[in-house]
Write a protein of this length. Structure first.
Length: 239
């Protein structure tokens, strides 16, 4: 089935018949001439529920975005985003994901990394998919790396499995951005949350008080109190 949606349509909602039944899929990729930046497909106020967004290009095609979102007040509930490299491009503006599975192998959640942007992962599970569980020791995996100078990622109140390297974070290229990035962790659990061997970069630190953590909640980081209720999706505003 093919559905054509005209350009520049705000406030659309796509409701699927379950993430194992409804797929939005394509295979555009960098090797064949497409770019990650021009892969955006949704407008302001876009909502999606019970849908899988998938890029089937495969690992040999390098960057192949399944979903790029640069629209304000967008939310996704019970959706899967599946690809190999650069699965979900959370480019900019206010976005919210709840009950979603985001899977890939390289940089599979990434953002614009401008000074006023960032990614917060709260109350989630970080681990290997079943097909990679047996070989996870062969593939060093990290919470993130600074693609751009002002990379900002906060992981809090999440369960981190032993798939994550004890260092936690990985440099992009030498000491690039290690002083300007903002990487934070707060109240995470699981074997991958052990802090004893974490990186010691200037831009990285462990949050130790609730007031600092509160600034990264949906209430404050994406002004969730003003718009999340209208989505009809479940959400938590606080720590």
């Amino acid at each position: 089935m093919e559905v054509d949606v005209p350009r520049r349509k705000p406030n659309l909602m796509f409701v699927g018949d379950g993430r194992v039944n409804t797929f939005i899929t394509a295979s555009r990729n960098v090797v064949d001439g497409s770019t990650t930046f021009n892969s955006s497909t949704v407008g302001n106020g876009f909502l999606a529920m019970d849908i899988t967004f998938q890029n089937t290009a495969g690992p040999s095609k390098h960057q192949a975005v399944a979903l790029r979102v640069g629209s304000d007040l967008s939310a996704f509930y019970r959706c899967d985003m599946l690809a190999y490299q650069d699965t979900l491009y959370v480019h900019s503006l206010r976005q919210f994901y709840s009950g979603c599975l985001i899977a890939g192998t390289v940089d599979f959640i990434f953002e614009n990394a401008a000074a006023n942007t960032g990614i917060v992962i709260q109350k989630c599970r970080i681990g290997a998919t079943r097909d990679l569980e047996a070989v996870k020791a062969n593939f060093p995996t990290y919470l993130g790396r600074p693609w751009k100078q002002y990379s900002r990622t906060v992981i809090m109140q999440s369960v981190i499995s032993d798939v994550i390297n004890p260092a936690g974070w990985f440099p992009w290229n030498g000491d690039f951005a290690l002083n300007t990035l903002t990487y934070r962790e707060y109240q995470n659990t699981g074997p991958g949350a052990n802090m004893s061997s974490r990186v010691t970069w200037t831009g990285y630190s462990l949050i130790t008080n609730a007031s600092e953590a509160q600034s990264y909640t949906a209430r404050n980081f994406i002004s969730g109190v003003n718009w999340l209720n209208a989505t009809g999706f479940p959400f938590s505003l606080n720590i």
